[in-house]
Write a protein that binds this ligand. Structure first.
Ligand SMILES: *Cc1c(COP(=O)(O)O)cnc(C)c1O
Length: 803
């Protein structure tokens, strides 16, 4: 790039410090005397952003010039977290930036911690999309992420007296310096209205309501800044900002009402959809961002290609779950109604371009929209969906009912996505296998080539390099720096697994991370912990299938046991929990309260001391994950087998040297393969066993009667031992365990208890623990999201990557 003003890498810290001061003065408008910490952060961010822009233009230009196939990743969620440190590290400016800020007398960590955590997602699915963005740039794959620019991301979690309380999240309260608003990029998105058939297959849709999708672009620099892609997020704006005549009539509120209504669409992540209004808003959000994205990419395609029949050769669109599945109908609609194609031709092109990732086997989590709602909000799309459904039925006249797209007055978005996609993928080997055998069994038989597996991954840039500097340095010294972009290079660690000096260095790195986490927790939760104890970590959304309940029951049973045998040589443990419950999910919220109540009892019991502590810092998010994961010794991945599609927290923890205690679920199965069964602690029923037990109708009584520890804990919970202020508080939990234990907590308790005691013993053999830990890190190469992205590029998108 030969711009006169292209900002290149600063020669030294002085030069960067000057650039920061320049921005503080001319972009932020502050002097060094009046600047707040946020002002300094914004100034630094602008200085760093300047270095990203020219390479970003270069990447865009190169794709146009070479006419490479582009990938569009459509996701309702991008859980990107903070961006500054990641960008600095990807550009290799870590040391320089720290020194530059020191020259201004500004504390580096404080600057980084000042950045709001962009929580435009709920959990694993949104974080996956964020890791994929990093990897697509790092491997040099031309790609755009498309999503929604929510005004308010995931709620902030607080605890009041141990109960979860939710507060609105305000990540945009401060300037968001990474994004570029593209005022010229606007798409009109319609809802409702009527449809008039015109010629052939075509129709004219006259929407009743229109909002504007306005684009905001964030550059996504890959490792070394060699390639930069774009994350384009849509914000909903009114067609007319303001109704002057209403205002002049004195209706001041009414004058702004249409604008407020339009903006509602991108107001919040995941509106409560238990009300009809909430359901309608969610459908509108999905259509809003999908339609804007499809129109945007078609405009880009048409600008330098003549023939829309070339679309599947030049464009791959990935649907992250069913949230953007309306893309099937939207793309077909545009090809017919705007570009004059026949239905058959349009469908063929669309099906060659779209691909769908399934994330869950739980039938209640597969989206369905009522026919009535769809006909009211998207009448033309409903016609097209009906046509796709009929065509599929004509093609397969004997197709089973389960393959219908429209059934019992509902549109099944999973089936629409399946039928309308070229490839459909599961996210771990087990999950893909179960997909073929359960939710999509019949569709799989009709389309045996369509389902493929792409196991999830995580980016080692954020999840080792940036969040765990001590491990990063040790890895660099031991195997060289190549692992950052080729994680298989960690295999070389195997040769060091029993080497005393390496083990000691690994122990020291972890010990320092634990000590600093321990200080942070004391400050933020008031609970002090011993950094020499085993840090046993379960961090993820609170959900019954993830079984935080199993973990806390085991903790309570261990508490009983320690009180009964205080003199025994107990392995000291700190049990760490982190996670949010959906605001309407009562049972999950009750489990949070139970963890906090049991934790309080244990932590305050002087007879227990440092033998067992429970810590549950509120508001688990990406930044907290970055703090906890480097300090974890044990990773809890204990979902009911068959229910966790993949998990990615399991990969992050293992990469940072934690050993896994887990069920044979999701990617745990592949982690076991990678590290060997002797280096992972597997327990519990398998997916097939769980299904067989459910088919017979599981009765928890025998399991409870057979295990005194379990029986005792359940009785204690029911009698209010942990909630003396309200003894009946946890009745619902007792009832669930005794009478409808769908998630098999009681069935797996004994096996879980037993494996935990084996883990206590394993901890005492520190050398062997460190050997296991090393083997875990060494085996994580395949869980880099670079590998996932290359798999998608090779087997799903058929797109080239590289430099
Ligand atoms: C990785 C991650 C998740 C996913 O964790 P699982 O254990 O796979 O459910 C959720 N939230 C955050 C903040 C994460 O970083």
């Amino acid at each position: 790039m030969n711009f006169r003003h292209a900002v290149s890498r600063p020669a030294d810290a002085d030069e960067l410090a000057d650039a920061v001061l320049n921005h503080l003065t001319f972009s932020i408008g502050k002097t060094t005397d009046t600047a707040t910490l946020s002002d300094w952060r914004l100034a630094l961010t602008h200085a760093i952003r300047d270095m990203v822009v020219a390479p970003w233009f270069d990447s865009v230009r190169q794709v146009y010039k070479e006419d490479r196939k582009r990938v569009y990743y459509l996701s309702m969620e991008f859980l990107i977290g903070r961006l500054l440190e990641d960008a600095i590290d990807n550009l290799g400016l870590g040391e320089l930036a720290r020194h530059a800020m020191e020259k201004h007398g500004i504390d580096w960590r404080e600057v980084l911690d000042d950045e709001p955590d962009a929580a435009l997602g709920n959990g694993g699915l949104g974080r996956l999309a964020a890791c994929f963005l990093d990897s697509m740039s790092t491997v040099g794959l031309p790609a755009h992420g498309y999503g929604i620019r929510y005004d308010h991301g995931l709620f902030r979690q607080g605890f009041h007296d141990g109960w979860q309380v939710e507060e609105a999240e305000e990540w945009l309260r401060q300037a968001h310096p990474w994004e570029f608003q593209r005022r010229e990029v606007q798409h009109r998105i319609g809802f409702g209205g009527s449809v008039r058939t015109t010629e052939g297959d075509a129709a004219e849709w006259e929407p009743e309501e229109v909002v504007i999708a306005a684009a905001y672009d964030t550059p996504v620099p890959g490792w070394g800044g060699r390639w930069t892609n774009t994350l384009r997020l849509w914000s909903a704006k009114p067609e007319r900002l303001f109704e002057l005549d209403r205002f002049n009539r004195g209706d001041f509120v009414g004058a702004a009402a249409p604008a407020i209504l339009a903006q509602t669409i991108s107001r919040v992540l995941y509106p409560d959809d238990t009300t009809p209004q909430g359901k309608e808003l969610r459908l509108k959000q999905e259509y809003f961002f999908t339609a804007a994205s499809i129109r945007d990419l078609l405009r880009r395609f048409v600008s330098d290609h003549k023939d829309l029949r070339e679309l599947p050769n030049k464009v791959a669109i990935q649907l992250n779950d069913t949230h953007p599945a309306i893309a099937v109908a939207e793309l077909v609609r545009l090809l017919i109604d705007r570009h004059g194609m026949s239905f058959d031709e349009a469908f063929e092109i669309s099906r060659g371009t779209l691909h769908y990732t399934n994330h869950t086997l739980m039938p209640e989590a597969l989206e369905r929209w009522s026919w009535d709602l769809m006909s009211r909000v998207l009448p033309r799309h409903l016609q097209i969906i009906e046509k796709i459904n009929r065509r599929h039925e004509q093609e397969f006249p004997d197709r089973p009912e389960s393959t219908r797209i429209i059934d019992h007055g509902e549109i099944r978005m999973g089936n629409l996505a399946f039928v309308g996609s070229c490839k459909v993928n599961g996210v771990s080997a087990l999950h893909t296998d179960l997909m073929k055998r359960t939710v999509f069994k019949d569709l799989h038989e009709l389309h045996p080539e369509r389902i493929v597996n792409v196991t999830n991954g995580v980016t080692p840039r954020r999840w080792i390099n940036t969040c765990n500097g001590r491990l990063r340095d040790l890895l660099n010294e031991t195997v060289g720096e190549g692992w950052i972009t080729d994680l298989d290079k960690l295999e070389r660690l195997r040769g060091h697994a029993t080497q005393k000096s390496f083990q000691d260095a690994l122990w020291d790195a972890k010990r320092i991370n634990k000590a600093s986490l321990s200080n942070w927790m004391l400050e933020h939760t008031g609970v002090g912990v011993d950094p020499d104890a085993m840090f046993d970590v379960q961090i993820k959304r609170i959900h019954e299938y993830k079984r935080q309940l199993l973990n806390i029951l085991e903790a309570a049973a261990l508490y009983n046991e320690i009180r009964d045998n205080p003199g025994k040589d107990w392995t000291p443990r700190v049990k760490l929990f982190g996670g949010k419950a959906a605001p309407g999910y009562q049972q999950a919220k009750l489990i949070i309260k139970l963890i906090n109540d049991i934790g309080k009892k244990i932590n305050e019991d002087p007879a227990i001391g440092d033998k067992l502590k429970i810590v549950f810092p509120p508001n688990y998010n990406v930044s907290m994950a970055e703090r906890l994961i480097p300090a974890a010794d044990l990773s809890e991945q204990i979902s009911t087998a068959g229910m966790e599609a993949s998990g990615t927290g399991n990969m992050k923890l293992s990469m940072n040297g934690a050993l896994t205690v887990g069920t044979l679920d999701g990617a745990n199965v592949e982690i076991r393969e990678a590290v060997g069964p002797e280096n992972i602690f597997i327990f519990g029923k398998t997916a097939d066993e769980v299904n067989a037990m459910r088919d017979k109708g599981y009765d928890s009584r025998p399991a409870i009667e057979a295990d005194e520890r379990l029986a005792r804990v359940i009785t204690q919970i029911e009698r209010g031992v942990f909630s003396p202020d309200d003894p009946g508080r946890f009745r619902a939990i007792g009832d669930t365990l005794r009478h409808h234990d769908w998630f098999m907590v009681t069935a797996d308790f004994t096996s879980y208890w037993t494996v935990q005691r084996r883990i206590d013993d394993a901890w005492k053999d520190r050398r062997d623990w460190l050997r296991k830990s090393t083997i875990n890190i060494a085996g994580m190469g395949r869980f880099s999201s670079d590998r996932s992205i290359k798999n998608y590029a090779d087997y799903v998108w058929e797109a080239e990557y590289g430099f």
